[in-house]
Design a protein. Structure first.
Length: 218
């Protein structure tokens, strides 16, 4: 299990570092450093009320969507393209355990990286004198919701990557469905959205386990 965990971390660290660099660029720019003004679409300056304006949320969503989808495909379709599934599945561990370990590792890496800009920007905004507007940690709630809901895209991308179907056919359906569901869930009250998101994530994980259990990897 430890070897499998380290294998997954080695394979996704490049994507994680790229996403983390984008997250840090967002936080640093909004803290007034103006180091990454050359990045297209990145907000800058300290005039925006932390976590309430569109600047932070739009760029955060853009980075998170790309990160979640790339991470899901990297852990699933990449194994198939390189022909490493047979080597991976020969280990004396149940297939469900192997793929659940991959999912737990990917979800943990995503949430860890996605939380960095929120904590950094929030800690800066909480210091008196850094920003002209008041700040409370409850203002970060919409961003935490978005980070958790992005797991739907991660699971959908992973599901699409392990499905034995044509890319120009139905293979991307598990990604399209969660993407549409994410928009619906975010518009609902937080408690209803959270319940629906948890149920959807459970169904996606169960479906992934079923596909990986019955798929012919030869």
């Amino acid at each position: 299990m430890k070897a499998l965990l380290f294998k997954e971390l080695r394979e996704v660290y490049g994507i994680a570092l790229a996403a983390l660099a984008c997250y840090l660029a967002l936080a640093v720019n909004l803290m007034g450093a103006k180091v990454f003004d050359w990045v297209p679409g990145i907000p800058a300056g300290t005039q925006e009320v932390p976590f309430t304006g569109a600047g932070f949320l739009v760029f955060y969503v853009f980075v998170s969507v790309g990160f979640a989808v790339a991470l899901g495909f990297r852990q699933s379709a990449w194994e198939s393209a390189r022909g490493t599934y047979l080597f991976l599945l020969h280990r004396p561990i149940r297939r469900d355990v192997i793929f659940l370990t991959k999912l737990a590792t990917g979800a943990g890496v995503f949430l860890l990286c996605a939380s960095v800009p929120v904590l950094l920007y929030g800690a800066w905004a909480a210091v008196p004198g850094n920003h002209p507007s008041p700040f409370a940690w409850s203002m970060t709630e919409p961003v935490w919701r978005l980070a958790l809901l992005m797991l739907l895209l991660y699971l959908g991308a992973f599901h699409s990557g392990v499905r034995p179907a044509r890319w120009f056919g139905t293979r991307l359906l598990p990604l399209v469905g969660p993407a549409a569901l994410l928009l619906l869930v975010y518009a609902l009250p937080w408690y209803l959205g959270l319940a629906l998101a948890v149920a959807a994530c459970g169904l996606l994980v169960a479906s992934i386990c079923h596909v990986t259990r019955v798929r012919d990897y030869a």
